[in-house]
Design a protein around this ligand. Sequence first.
Ligand SMILES: Cc1cc2nc3c(=O)[nH]c(=O)nc-3n(C[C@H](O)[C@H](O)[C@H](O)COP(=O)(O)OP(=O)(O)OC[C@H]3O[C@@H](n4cnc5c(N)ncnc54)[C@H](O)[C@@H]3O)c2cc1C
Length: 550
Amino acid sequence: MTVQQRFDTHDIFNQSPPFEDIDLFAADRALQDAVAANGAGGEAAALSAFGQRWGSAAMFDAARLANENTPKLRTFDTKGFRRDVVEFHPAYHQFMAEAFRDGMHASTWNADGTRAKAPSEVARAARYFMEAQVENGHQCPITMTRACVGALAVEPALLARLIGKIVSRRYDPRFIPWWEKDGITLGMGMTEKQGGTDVRANTTTALPAGEGYSITGHKWFMSAPMCDAFLVLAQAPGGLTCFLMPRFRPDGAVNALRFQRLKDKLGNRSNASSEVEFAEAFAWRVGEEGRGVRTIIEMVQLTRVDCVIGSAGMMRMALAQALHHTRYRTVFQRKLADQPMMRMLTADMALEMEAVTATMMRLCRSFDSAASDAKEAARARLLTPAVKYWVCKSAPAFIYEAMECLGGNGYVEELPLARLYREAPVNAIWEGSGNVMCLDVLRALSREGETARAVLGDLVATAADLPGAREAAAFIGKSFMAADGEGHARAAVEKLAMLAAAAALAESAPSVAPAFANTRLASPRGGTYGTADLAPEEITTLLDRALPAA
Ligand SMILES: Cc1cc2nc3c(=O)[nH]c(=O)nc-3n(C[C@H](O)[C@H](O)[C@H](O)COP(=O)(O)OP(=O)(O)OC[C@H]3O[C@@H](n4cnc5c(N)ncnc54)[C@H](O)[C@@H]3O)c2cc1C
């Protein structure tokens, strides 16, 4: 396309070219190093092909369309009969089809529902991370579909019936019974009006009926309502229980899920989130009665990891946009990228991004090894909530700072920064909000104290040569032991995540690990990016690694 450089009144110059048609993998040294250090280096060529496809101008434009044209609930047909369907823009379906083709919803499972071998988690995370740089809303049903398999494992017969449709690489948006479809998606409904964190307060009831249960009640948030089935929690005679509720009953009739309305959300706009009533809806029980939280937690752990990767992806795109723009934009006769304060700012952000990338990939390696290595399982258990807390909470401020690097251009909707900024808080809120993550770390410490301490010991050993690592470990131990452990939990969990980040960097990006430890563990930095005391050579290394010269 030829760009018009001259208007009647002025020439157009000093604007950066579009940041598109890029290889999202090749442009990201931290990602390449973290993938290699965590066992998926053999996938580099495939990841690069993936990065080129997802970094194309067409994909960025489809993301804009999917978010500008939000889903619509069609409750009734013209004659007043219930329809309860949600219509999406074709661009949303395009993303779903692409994600399905790449196995984002299932590549970590074998065809029988068992875990795929390593490095399936790391390889999928690299792809999910690149997808998150482009479009986020469609990732909600993708995440839930892959995570639900973790919970369904307690019902092998039910899983065996469904798994072929779950691991299919063909996305099928038709509103027809699941057994007639080429591929299915799964969602979940836990949150009710009176409680989201405290799901034990659920009032939805479940009574045994025929081959399943009859469920009556409501869910206050149930995203991706066109999924083919949902894991839901309800009060059965034996207590809070997990169920799988299909959109169609086994006899082929539409199940009694009555969508009330769609949420009008800050971000996440390409994805629909519904309020729904169940009027004696059919569902299969998943796990024993009274074991609902225990059962569904298998799914929740996996969705929490995706929250981390999703937020990290958004941060990466924001940083890349900032670096790209500042390399072209001149202010006061000098490129922004050459101005000392801008260099310190973007290098500090690049350092944060290095740490986020390394930590996320190291965490995924723990998921890869958890089934055969108890230490890695303990590491995943302890660090998932801590890393979710840190990364998801970091995203809004980070994206905002990146936006400011583009000045006014960053604030308008043509670029993705405004959308990323609106999207950023959601990963911290859902799947366990910030304080809840900290409570979860405390729970892991109290229930599995010895193994958790061993994890902490491993982190210190890996980061032993880095400044501030031992002091951080001592602080973490002291804070968690304090009489008011809960009151101090945020500070301790943040430090735990920083220590995990330093250890992850020591393994995958040793050239930048000391800068991170110096500015995040050993000496305090200011409350905003750009206040870390980075040496000139550190700045150069970080900026070179963050985005290759055009
Ligand atoms: C866009 C979007 C989509 C969603 N989709 C789904 C979905 O598909 N399915 C689903 O089930 N839910 C969904 N949710 C709901 C989400 O999971 C809940 O909002 C979340 O779990 C928090 O629950 P709550 O809103 O009831 O807040 P509350 O539980 O009332 O919590 C409010 C605040 O209190 C804090 N808090 C809670 N307990 C403590 C404590 N003991 N000490 C200190 N602080 C505490 C929490 O961290 C939180 O910050 C969605 C939410 C959003 C925003």
